[in-house]
Design a protein around this ligand. Structure first.
Ligand code: ADP
Length: 398
């Protein structure tokens, strides 16, 4: 019976999970994936096997999954049933913030958890939820290796100018710098780029409900639109993206808004939802005739266009543009509009290929190559987790 690696990606009200079998040669094969969502309100567990067969689709009681940590219990019990005695080698976790210290995944112990907890103020909405499952598993299975894989790690290769804000040095030393996020997604994409782009200058657009872009030069991240937090850069489902900090001063001074009110505004009330007043879901906006929905889509496309120019400049030019994540992978309309805006760069869209979903969506004569590449953050986490485990085993055997 094959050994397994479990991947956990926990958010504020959901836990995504994927189980991988470890085949000979350490090849990873997904055996099931799913999501426990509605945590704290109407928890629901749903999972499918690799053949897309439904394995479970049922409500849990609110008490069973009152919070992320508590929800690990029914989820763990269900997963143990699925494993049916097969060995679980490790659990890999997506952890949004690794701070300045972590440029690689790390095996977690109590000391590492304490260190990562210190980063909660830098990612207040994500980090606590990422750490909760680690602690839940450590409490019941202290022997089980757990590996933290960071969204910031791939960006530690940024040159210093891309890592800085123009603020006094002491703040930088305290950790106020541009970390960048979605790194597991960019790392996966960087690993599957065709030869010319793998060696060249590629802008990768990760367009999901969280959205960012990354300048990948010869396989390494040199800049990204997200900075200190996952707020900066592109507008997102409900997050502002780039905003003049003077707006925040204005809100504090004229409306007496405190930090909690600003946080709600920046993270939950803005972006596509705030602009349209209709929805944070791109599908709803594309289907709507409302002028405000059109404005939200126009703004999204406009900011992607601008950021592509900015990231291309950071690399001294551009050879490729890659679309990934929910919107990037599934919306020909958004891809077409972005590519048309970038025709001045030498990007010529192949309309039929774009509608068909690619992978190559630029013409043979296009100077800039445009592609659709589905991301796979979970596979990246599973690979990192197994590699980290094997390295530790080698170290112990030496
Ligand atoms: P998350 O960041 O939650 O993982 P995803 O990468 O799944 O997000 O992306 C979610 C976004 O993708 C939503 O805004 C959704 O509307 C959008 N999306 C999914 N399918 C399509 C589609 N066919 N056309 C346009 N947008 C889509």
């Amino acid at each position: 019976m094959a050994d397994h690696v479990l991947v956990i990606n926990a958010g504020s009200s959901s836990i995504k999970f994927e189980l991988f079998a470890v085949d000979p040669g350490d090849a990873l094969r997904s055996t099931l994936s799913g999501q426990l969502d509605g945590i704290g309100t109407h928890p629901h567990l749903k999972a499918r096997d690799a053949g897309d067969e439904l394995l479970v689709d049922r409500d849990l009681t609110a008490e069973e999954a009152a919070d992320v940590q508590g929800a690990m219990q029914p989820l763990g019990a269900w997963l143990r049933g699925r494993l049916d005695g097969a060995a679980l080698l490790a659990v890999g976790h997506r952890v949004v913030h690794g701070g300045a210290a972590h440029s690689a995944p790390v095996r977690v112990d109590a000391g590492i958890v304490a260190e990562l907890r210190k980063l909660v103020p830098l990612a207040p909405l994500h980090q606590p939820n990422n750490l909760a499952p680690i602690e839940a598993i450590a409490a019941t299975r202290p022997d089980l290796p757990q590996i933290a894989c960071f969204d910031t790690a791939f960006h530690r290769s940024h040159p210093e100018v891309a890592d800085r804000f123009a603020i006094p040095e002491a703040f930088y030393q305290e950790g106020v710098r541009r970390y960048g996020f979605h790194g597991l997604s960019y790392e996966y994409i960087a690993g599957v780029l065709p030869e010319r782009l793998a060696q060249g200058r590629t802008v990768v657009a990760h367009l999901g409900s969280g959205a960012s872009m990354c300048a990948v030069l010869a396989g390494r991240s040199v800049d990204s639109t997200m900075g200190f937090t996952a707020l900066d850069g592109l507008p997102m489902g409900t997050r502002t993206g780039q905003i003049d900090p003077g707006v925040l001063l204005y809100l504090m001074q004229t409306k007496s808004w405190d930090a909690a009110r600003l946080e709600r505004f920046l993270y939950h009330e803005s972006g596509l939802k705030g602009l349209s007043g209709i929805s944070n879901d791109m599908r709803d906006l594309l289907a709507s005739d409302a002028p405000s929905a059109k404005l939200a889509v126009d703004y999204f496309v406009y900011r992607i266009t601008r950021e592509t120019g900015s990231l291309a400049a950071a690399m001294g030019g551009i050879d490729g543009l890659v679309f990934t994540a929910g919107i990037g992978e599934h919306s020909p309309a958004i891809r077409e509009r972005v590519c048309r805006n970038l025709s001045w760069m030498g990007l010529e869209l192949d309309e039929a290929a774009n509608v068909a979903g690619g992978p190559l969506i630029s013409t043979a004569g296009s100077r800039v190559e445009a592609r659709v590449i589905p991301t796979d953050e979970e596979l990246m986490i599973a690979r990192h987790s197994l590699a980290t485990l094997r390295k530790a085993d080698e170290g112990a055997a030496r």
